[in-house]
Write a protein that binds this ligand. Structure first.
Ligand SMILES: Nc1ncnc2c1ncn2[C@@H]1O[C@H](COP(=O)(O)OP(=O)(O)O)[C@@H](O)[C@H]1O
Ligand SMILES: [Mg+2]
Length: 232
């Protein structure tokens, strides 16, 4: 079982892109805190910066200024190797498009992060099959992604994101590619699995009815991030 979730503290976060000699400022001085085990939506119009924020929080991208603390620590001040290890072990990602490897089975796709992290085949296989069972796909383990429906593929992606027992789970429009009914089921599953594990969960979505199902919300507009919700 995972330990409890990661606490996030964001201070003065800025991200600028230089494009055609012009600066695009996605964030200017975002400030917010997310408690360990908290669930929050990230909402905002297309292009507002939802994906950019998730990439920054997940250490897939670097801020132009400002800091993110994880349980109080500024991980970006550490070496590349430590940052990469932290990301692999503590952070899980679910994307809008599942990015499953088409030539591998569902089971192999879920095992992959554990194998890459150096776990034994036996441990990786055991963890992966337990997770596929939890997402309701025990009968689909040997199927290739192309043999699964969109909702099933996204459930495999969910299992894959959880196989390293991350303390922070970041989901970027995880239901954006699914019909509303299937999307609602995948979200329900995400929330259920997360609650059982105590993971910190951040879900970017432009779907307000989906965001309303989550207890707190980060609203991005005009380069600013406003926090609404339970704790902080
Ligand atoms: N690599 C990049 N280079 C330049 N601009 C980018 C890059 N990635 C994102 N942007 C810009 O940053 C802004 C936020 O993008 P994004 O985070 O993808 O928004 P969202 O996920 O809310 O739709 C957009 O204006 C987008 O064009
Ligand atoms: Mg996006």
């Amino acid at each position: 079982m995972a330990e409890e979730g990661l606490a996030l503290q964001v201070e003065g976060l800025c991200r600028r892109y230089r494009l055609d000699g012009r600066d695009i400022e996605v964030f200017r001085g975002a400030e917010f805190a997310i408690e360990a085990g908290q669930t929050a939506a990230v909402v905002g119009a297309s292009g507002a910066g939802k994906s950019t924020l998730l990439h920054l929080l997940g250490l897939l991208d670097r801020p132009s200024a400002g800091t993110v603390r994880y349980d109080g620590e500024i991980v970006l001040q550490r070496s590349e190797a430590v940052i990469e290890d932290f990301r692999n072990r503590q952070v899980g990602f679910v994307f809008q498009f599942h990015h499953l490897l088409p030539e591998f089975t569902a089971l192999e796709n879920v095992m992959m992060p554990a194998i890459i992290a150096g776990k034994s085949m036996t441990e990786a296989r055991n963890n992966a099959s337990t997770l596929l069972d939890q997402v309701g796909l025990s009968a689909r383990m040997t199927h290739a992604p192309g043999e699964l429906s969109g909702g099933e593929q996204q459930r495999v992606a969910l299992a894959r994101a959880l196989v390293m027992e991350p303390r922070l789970l970041l989901a970027d429009e995880p239901t954006g590619n699914l019909d509303p009914e299937t999307g609602a089921k995948v979200l329900e599953l995400l929330l259920e699995l997360n609650e059982a594990r105590g993971t910190t969960l951040i879900v970017a979505t432009h779907n307000m009815s989906l965001a309303d199902r989550l207890p707190s919300c980060l609203h991005i507009a005009g380069g600013l991030v406003r926090y609404r919700g339970e704790a902080a």
